[in-house]
Write a protein that binds this ligand. Structure first.
Ligand code: ZN
Length: 307
């Protein structure tokens, strides 16, 4: 039998690194700002063109992010060609982002009422009003809405697709066109991811939908791949798989950037990311920051993964 060589796809896929926000915010001990910047520098050197660099939350809520303004200022100066964005919990955060010069922010809202309450101490309606306020106050600021617990909630279980569609519709009516569907606790499963992405992509044709999937059940790469194959416009992962969710019991690390980049590069996708450089940064990060890592490559001591 003749074996044909594997066909090279060369599809461009937009990868976003979110470790400096989602990863770092789950580390208890304060990470010195120069270490944060060194890691972001490595991420840029590896080829990332879009990075979530911090979160403009109250330092009381998440002390790890107390240097957010410094990180933003420094990154804006150093990487004019990289799309830099931050999570903002409210209008105050959005105003700070605009003042500092960020072009894009991510307000967060949970599909699940109980998780929204635990995460931001607001009802979903209150969060919607707040997003509307941000949109109206800063019409030029790009908003990508992080929809947390889009697939499952630690308190309410599997979420209903029709409820997700209804929430997106409310945000759409405010003029929002960019969404990140987050599997906050890593409970999504392949057929669900397929159905969700197929549905949202056909219901909201002029919107972009990204995937942000946690790796609790070791399904991060699988589910992320399913999202890509079903039309996800961008993918968020975290260096080393560092992460979790401070307000979602049981949430494990994120899908690891270097594991995903390895798979996509080998499969012939055009990621623009250098795997070896990325792995080096991930290993450096693990050597200086103690945290919850789900990445597999960083746990391999030899260079076996390069062979
Ligand atoms: Zn996350």
């Amino acid at each position: 039998m003749e074996v044909k060589s594997i066909e090279v796809i060369e599809i461009k896929i937009k990868l976003e690194e979110i470790g400096p926000r989602d990863g770092f915010q789950n580390v208890k001990e304060f990470i010195p700002t120069d270490i944060k910047l060194k890691i972001i520098d490595g991420i840029v050197s590896a080829g990332y063109k879009k990075i979530e660099i911090t979160s403009l939350v109250s330092p009381k809520a998440i002390p790890q992010m107390r240097d957010a303004q410094e990180v933003i200022k420094s990154c804006l100066k150093r990487y004019p060609d990289v799309e830099l964005f931050a999570l903002v919990p409210n209008l105050y955060g959005a105003r700070t982002a605009v003042e500092l010069g960020l072009k894009e922010v991510c307000p967060v809202i949970s599909l699940s009422e109980t998780h929204n309450k635990a995460n931001v101490n607001k009802t979903v309606e209150e969060s919607l009003r707040q997003i509307k306020e941000i949109k109206e106050t800063f019409p030029k600021l790009k908003l990508t809405i992080d929809i947390a617990t889009a697939f499952a909630c630690p308190f309410e279980g599997e979420m209903k697709l029709e409820d997700l569609i209804a929430l997106i519709q409310k945000l759409y009516d405010m003029g929002i066109r960019s969404f990140m569907l987050c599997d906050t606790i890593g409970k999504a499963y392949p057929k669900q991811v397929e159905k969700v992405f197929r549905t949202v992509k056909s219901e909201f044709k002029d919107c972009t939908f990204g995937a942000h999937i946690h790796d609790t059940r070791n399904m991060g790469i699988l589910n992320t791949y399913i999202a890509i194959e079903n039309g996800a416009d961008s993918i968020q992962t975290s260096l080393g798989g560092l992460g979790g969710c401070p307000f979602a019991p049981g949430a494990s690390g994120n899908t690891s950037s270097e594991d995903l980049v390895y798979a996509l590069n080998q499969d012939g996708y055009d990621t623009g990311i250098d795997f070896d450089k990325l792995l080096e940064v991930a290993k450096y990060e693990k050597s200086v920051i103690e945290g919850n890592y789900s990445g597999h490559h960083i746990n391999i001591e030899s260079d076996i993964c390069k062979r």
